[in-house]
Design a binder for this molecule. Structure first.
Ligand code: DGL
Length: 279
């Protein structure tokens, strides 16, 4: 039997905070440990092997702190590491513990939203190259055509607090232009990176009118609620004290400052953690 612990939420950096805040809205009574591997972000341009290795280290660290359930609040990690961790590592680490990602809950709702059956996905180079979205969408909705566009500049802009600057608007406009040129019939755009909700103002202003925008947080939150309703053993293994602790592999002061923008509030104390060797 699992000893109850907080729910772990992991991202390469700050992006997962957009998911955590939506989860907290739906499930405020649970305890959370948020871990940002800020010293090694961005993960987007990194190889499959490196993203897998870093993500596994983070998952093991959260398990070590008592978490039984870890959410990879990062599309790059979900695309490149989730399956291997679920299939290869979890049975050896502890078959009762669970790691879930953000791609599946997002994919599940897309079929109910698009009318043209043409969907666009923006994400990191890693997420787009992995083809995870087209592969997963085709399993549930084979009639939907998916077109992706990698946006390598978007995460660095967000990590540097440049969410609504002239530079951010230039790169958002450029990437969206390239995407909609490839498929002008797209009527639904998936923000396939947890950093991108911070660029929402710029994204909305360069999207063709009438395009639906899918921001993952609320769907991941609903899906987690549903998962815990169906898996009562895991629910009992998640503590409910309404508290959140924040961990970063970089400077706690810098994290606390930047997190204000993502969470729209002061987050209080941030703790430093070491994960493997820094690259
Ligand atoms: N937040 C991560 C995601 O959803 C990407 C950030 C990164 O490149 O590290 O893909």
């Amino acid at each position: 039997m699992l000893k109850p612990g907080a729910i772990g939420v992991f991202d390469s950096g700050y992006g997962g905070l957009t998911i955590l805040s939506e989860i907290q809205k739906v499930m405020p009574e649970y305890d959370y440990y948020y871990l940002g591997d800020n010293s090694r972000a961005p993960y987007g341009p990194r190889s499959f092997e490196v993203v897998y290795e870093f993500t596994l280290q983070a998952v093991e660290a959260l398990f070590g702190m008592g978490c039984n359930l870890v959410i990879l609040a990062c599309n790059t990690a979900s695309a490149k590491a989730l399956r291997t961790i679920q299939q290869k590592n979890l049975p050896l680490i502890d078959p009762e513990k669970r790691v879930l990602g953000v791609i599946r809950p997002t994919v599940e709702i897309v079929g109910n939203i698009t009318k043209s059956r043409h969907v666009g996905v923006v994400g990191t180079v890693g997420t787009i190259q992995s083809e995870s979205y087209p592969i997963e969408i085709s399993k549930l909705y084979p009639d939907i055509q998916v077109t992706g566009e990698a946006c390598p500049m978007w995460v660095p802009l967000v990590e540097n607090g440049e969410c609504d600057s002239k530079g951010a608007r230039y790169f958002v406009k450029d990437s969206l232009f390239k995407l909609f040129i490839k498929d002008p019939q797209i009527d639904t755009l998936i923000l396939g990176c947890t950093h991108y909700p911070l660029l929402m103002n710029a994204i909305r202003s360069y999207m063709p009118n009438g395009t639906n925008l899918i921001s993952q947080g609320e769907y991941v939150a609903r899906s987690l609620r549903d998962y815990l309703n169906r898996h009562t053993d895991m629910d009992a293994a998640c503590t409910k004290g309404g508290a959140t602790r924040y961990f970063t592999t970089e400077s706690p002061e810098k994290f606390a400052e930047a997190a204000k923008i993502f969470m729209n509030k002061e987050i209080g104390k941030v703790e430093k953690i070491e994960l493997g060797n820094c690259y």
